[in-house]
Design a binder for this molecule. Structure first.
Ligand SMILES: [Zn+2]
Length: 200
């Protein structure tokens, strides 16, 4: 498996054909998907305005990679700090981790997992990820609040009605009906006027 930085370099390499750069962006998103892969992809298509015909605006791919990079830069220090603490705990004989942070138990991909690919927070990825980490550090739990947008949760076990983030992360059993057809449309960046509405 190639790394995020290597794939991001490919996305930014304007000598490569746009389609190859798109596939490199897909690899980046598989490495770094705060909303889960599909919802993160939808977010990037909208926020970076990735066109159906990539040749119309290949720089959109760079904007998308840059946004992923910023989100990754927010979370990686925390992931490394957690891993370091675990190493220290194991060294002194503590076998069971002290309640791992939820964002880390999912391998941090899916830190703000959204089961519906078209219902996710609208802000920049890095801002949302930082918000989740801040609320977690402040002792706010998913039992009472949505860590992504901060609203009080009234229905545990359901995706947040405001921002779409599910408190159970990728383990959430709730699935969106007819996702496959919608997903094909999102992958083709065939979002019609809706993308322009969301992007504005
Ligand atoms: Zn929310």
């Amino acid at each position: 498996m190639t790394s995020f930085p290597a794939q991001a370099n490919r996305v930014r390499d304007s000598t490569l054909p746009p389609q190859r750069r798109l596939y490199a962006l897909r690899e980046c998103t598989l490495h770094c998907a705060p909303y889960g892969f599909r919802a993160t992809w939808h977010h990037l298509v909208v926020s970076a305005r990735i066109p159906r015909r990539l040749a119309d605006d290949p720089d959109a791919l760079v904007r998308a990679a840059d946004e992923l990079q910023r989100a990754r830069d927010v979370v990686m220090p925390q992931v490394q700090e957690y891993a370091e603490r675990r190493r220290r705990e194991k060294a002194v004989g503590m076998r069971a981790p002290q309640a791992p942070p939820p964002w880390n138990s999912w391998g941090w991909c899916g830190i703000a997992y959204c089961p519906d690919p078209e219902h996710h927070p609208a802000g920049p990825l890095a801002t949302v990820v930082q918000g989740v980490l801040n609320r977690y550090t402040a002792g706010i739990t998913v039992d009472t609040h949505c860590l992504a947008c901060g609203i009080e949760r009234r229905r545990p076990g359901r995706a947040c009605p405001t921002c779409g983030v599910h408190p159970d992360g990728p383990a959430a059993r709730w699935r969106v009906p007819s996702t496959e057809e919608r997903w094909r449309r999102i992958w083709r960046r065939d979002l019609g006027n809706r993308s322009e509405t969301l992007a504005s």
